[in-house]
Design a protein around this ligand. Structure first.
Ligand SMILES: *Cc1c(COP(=O)(O)O)cnc(C)c1O
Length: 445
């Protein structure tokens, strides 16, 4: 331990341990059994082991929620991981064009790919979509008005509220229409000398059904052209392929917004795209140029690791069937229900044999995509459902969650469900090991 952590760190743990022991002895006045030297040594070792466990730990996601924001959204493709490792280990041509030796823009590596995949003229990449949105509004509409439908004043998880993002950017929000109905005439009537842009935001994490109406992007683009206004389309999830192939309907695709004529299309890199955390703005060369030149761009720019991972992920999308096979998010979505059923049956059979498990069975269920994407459409799945031999479900769930790696499932109707929709098959063995140690005799002491 001394070799791995270094002398000073181990001494720190030893001092803290002894201080605590002294304090206990003083406070409890002899009611504390003072350990011998070996006991103290193992106490220090235990404290050091616990203290060195990173709070950012590997998790096997058995929640069934594929884009779990609390668990870091999309896992990366092997190609993206390799590209990050390579960029991390050595220097990289981040801002140098190697053939000419000239200084170039940071985003060149991915701009071409983003343009190829979306049909846009230009692209920039920011730290996340909240950042890309803020940058867009600051660069396009600072001190001026942006017209948004009342049905699209969205909140995406706590700190992203469109009205607040707009206020922070310095743009003035001009709300039009109503929660359920906004027509193109509502936008038209609100246009004035101070108007800079028309903005659409995909209400990613909720759906308004019933008596509803929304202006089409075609109508907004025509209106924008007529009045020389920038049309911004925040599509949120950043689908590069039609998610209809996975049974999901109505999710906007970046290329369709570009084809409809939007000047700037915004989306996240780590939602449906299945890449690293980032925010992408694609669109007309002139409009994207205003973003690239804005001072806020410097504060929001991504590092070489993100660029490397994004470029590698995008390369997979040049052939959609390659993307479905290689991008983990798409591969997990595309996994046939029958294969999940077989895996859950095999797991349940092994789990049932553990001493600490009273009952285990394969269970059919459904789940959601998560990450504020496609909130109402369900995804068929199979789970390994377990009940512990002793102790409650919650305490088994808690022990699994504290393990290394952590396993996070969901407690539902008197079962702890380990949902395989969000688990690549290569992790099934680790789930067995984790349940065995979390439910075994050592776990309950
Ligand atoms: C998720 C989302 C955002 C925020 O994106 P982040 O990458 O999480 O910052 C913004 N707009 C819409 C419509 C979204 O769905």
């Amino acid at each position: 331990m001394g070799e791995r952590l270094g002398h000073a760190v181990v001494v720190g743990y030893a001092r803290a341990y002894l201080d605590r022991l002294r304090e206990d002895v003083r406070k409890l006045n002899g009611a504390v059994a003072v350990p011998d030297v070996a006991g103290i040594a193992s106490g220090v070792a235990e404290a050091a082991t616990a203290g060195e466990l990173s709070s950012l730990r590997r998790v096997i996601n058995c929640t069934g929620v594929l884009l779990h924001t609390g668990l870091g959204r999309a896992p990366l493709a092997e190609e993206a991981i390799d590209a990050m490792v390579e960029a991390a280990r050595d220097y990289a041509s981040v801002e140098i064009d190697l053939p000419t030796g000239e200084r170039s823009q940071r985003v060149v590596a991915v701009e071409k790919l983003l343009c190829e995949l979306t049909g846009a003229e230009a692209a920039i990449v920011a730290n996340n979509n909240a950042g890309a949105t803020m940058l867009t509004l600051a660069a396009i509409a600072q001190g001026r008005e942006v017209i948004v439908s009342r049905g699209e004043l969205i909140e995406i998880g706590g700190s992203f509220r469109l009205p607040d993002v707009m206020a922070t950017s310095g743009a003035r929000l001009r709300e039009v229409g109503t929660t359920n109905k906004t027509r193109i005439g509502d936008y038209r009537a609100a246009i004035g000398p101070d108007t800079a842009a028309l903005m659409r935001a995909h209400p990613s994490n909720f759906v308004v059904v019933g008596f509803t109406e929304r202006a089409s992007l075609d109508e907004l683009v025509a209106l924008g052209r007529e009045h020389k206004l920038v049309v911004i389309d925040d599509i949120g999830s950043g689908a590069l392929v039609d998610f209809g192939r996975f049974g999901f309907t109505g999710e906007p695709v970046a290329a369709e917004s570009i084809a409809a004529g939007a000047d700037i299309v915004l989306f996240s890199g780590d939602k449906l795209l299945g890449g690293p955390q980032c925010g992408v703005a694609v669109g007309r060369r002139e409009a994207i140029g205003w973003l690239a030149k804005h001072p806020m761009m410097r504060a929001l720019r991504v590092d070489k690791l993100t660029l490397a991972a994004l470029a590698a992920t995008l390369r997979l999308y040049r052939d959609p069937s390659v993307a479905v096979a290689r991008v983990p998010l798409l591969a997990m979505l595309a996994t046939p229900v029958d294969s999940l059923r077989q895996r859950s049956e095999a797991l349940a059979e092994r789990l049932a044999a553990f001493d600490g498990i009273a009952e285990a069975r394969a269970m059919e269920d459904d789940t959601f995509l998560g990450g504020g994407s496609i909130p109402t459409q369900r995804l068929a799945t199979w789970c390994a459902a377990i009940r512990p031999a002793s102790g409650g479900l919650d305490s088994l769930a808690e022990r699994l969650q504290k393990g290394v790696p952590a396993v996070v499932g969901r407690v539902q109707n008197d079962w702890l469900l380990l949902d395989l929709r969000s688990v690549p098959q290569r992790l099934d063995g680790e789930i067995l090991d984790a349940v065995q140690s979390a439910s075994g005799p050592a776990a309950s002491t």
